[in-house]
Design a binder for this molecule. Structure first.
Ligand code: NAG
Ligand code: NAG
Length: 365
């Protein structure tokens, strides 16, 4: 057998493996933790009021039906999955998440939760972040039962993780009522420092559980969402308190992540500055093809920002020209802009690197 022939056979086999493997095994696994910005439907299986399982949610999703995503169509994790060449992760509580599907990864996020356990208590039965981490450990045992403990460990270590926390600790805790327990206890600065020190513990636990590439987002522009414009501002200006909170929280987060990476000696945690990304289309909607960044597509009252999006709400005909879908959450179109920035953004948005760089680096291992 000539050497050239041997090389050709090996190449042919390698190519066949790339093309014949089901996508589940071809793409790296993806794991998602956090709140409604990234929930793929876990809350559908829970007795809670924080849910997106009725129309018009999902109106632009391929099935045109509600899925539990807080979007008219795809959300941020879906679009990251697409960039990885993978199918969307299933919600961990979805009974279809079994067998080979476990190789794709899992989504543990639950709308309404925050860094602190007392965030979102009004939503009753949601999966708090420490429980999401417990479920991640359980997931790994289920995966190991299928592909063995070594392979399972490797799949987790080589996976990509997204975690989105913090917004609700302000919106559904600190600023929820004019006088809140946390507001009596802390000023915004000290409260933000508390949140960051608790976020740090959560990330260290994620590392202990095997996560080695973690995209971490902080809060969005919580003072500029239609709900904040409707209740907390005069003449459509972004609400001051929440904007100040986001301006304090996000730089602290980036600092904390740098410290963690230095301690561990590797770029495990990557900060995605969601405020910065969204401020661009909030301050210049026309530049991004939006007719407004203040009025939600689905809602009622000033800016369509009062209450929640239901079948009885105002609904815009063209979701592509609105930055916000409901009083709190971006449209699919806005999510696409956010994910594009995660993929290719400069270090103003992504530090220490963007997802394209991560994918190029990790493919060489
Ligand atoms: C949340 O509750 C869990 C379980 O009781 C506990 O282990 C964890 O430390 C709590 N987190 C915070 C931030 O208080
Ligand atoms: C990603 O980040 C790097 C470094 O900041 C930058 O050079 C590159 O243009 C960005 N985009 C892509 C697609 O890699």
């Amino acid at each position: 057998m000539s050497r050239q022939f041997f090389v050709n056979v090996v190449l042919a086999i390698a190519l066949a493996m790339v093309f014949l493997l089901p996508p589940a095994e071809g793409a790296r696994a993806f794991f998602v933790f956090g709140d409604s910005l990234v929930d793929n439907g876990n809350n559908n299986y829970l007795v809670t009021t924080a849910r997106a399982d009725s129309p018009p949610y999902g109106i632009d999703y391929p099935t045109h039906r509600p899925t539990g995503r807080f979007s008219n169509g795809y959300n941020i994790p879906d679009l990251i999955s697409q960039a990885l060449g993978a199918e969307s992760t299933l919600a961990y509580l979805n009974p279809e998440l079994n067998g080979e599907k476990l190789l794709v990864g899992a989504n543990f996020a639950s709308a309404g939760i925050g860094i602190l356990n007392d965030t979102g208590i009004q939503f009753a039965n949601i999966i708090r972040i420490f429980q999401q981490l417990e479920l991640f450990a359980e997931y790994q045992q289920r995966l190991a039962a299928i592909i063995g403990p070594d392979e399972a460990q490797q799949r987790v270590n080589q996976g990509l993780v997204l975690i989105t926390l913090g917004g609700n600790d302000y919106v559904n805790n600190y600023f929820l009522t004019p006088i809140s327990a946390r507001r009596l206890q802390y000023n915004i600065q000290d409260y933000s420092v508390l949140l960051i020190s608790e976020y740090r513990k959560i990330l260290l636990r994620l590392y202990e559980l095997g996560a080695r590439r973690v995209l971490v987002t902080g809060t969005g522009p919580i003072g500029c969402v239609p709900a904040a414009l409707a209740t907390g501002s005069r003449n459509g200006q972004c609400a001051e308190g929440p904007q100040q909170a986001a301006a304090i929280f996000n730089p602290l987060l980036i600092n904390m992540l740098q410290g963690l990476n230095q301690e561990i000696g590797s770029d495990i945690f990557v900060a995605a500055n969601a405020v910065q990304m969204q401020n661009n289309f909030i301050s210049n909607p026309g530049g991004f093809g939006f007719i407004t960044s203040k009025i939600a597509c689905c809602g009622q009252g000033p800016f369509n920002g009062v209450g929640i999006c239901t079948v009885a709400s105002n609904l815009c005909p063209d979701r592509n020209v609105y930055a916000f879908w409901d009083p709190f959450h971006p449209t699919e179109r806005a999510n696409r802009i956010i994910v594009q920035t995660i993929l290719t953004g400069s270090d103003e948005y992504m530090s220490p690197m963007n997802l394209s760089t991560i994918m190029a680096l990790d493919s060489k291992i």
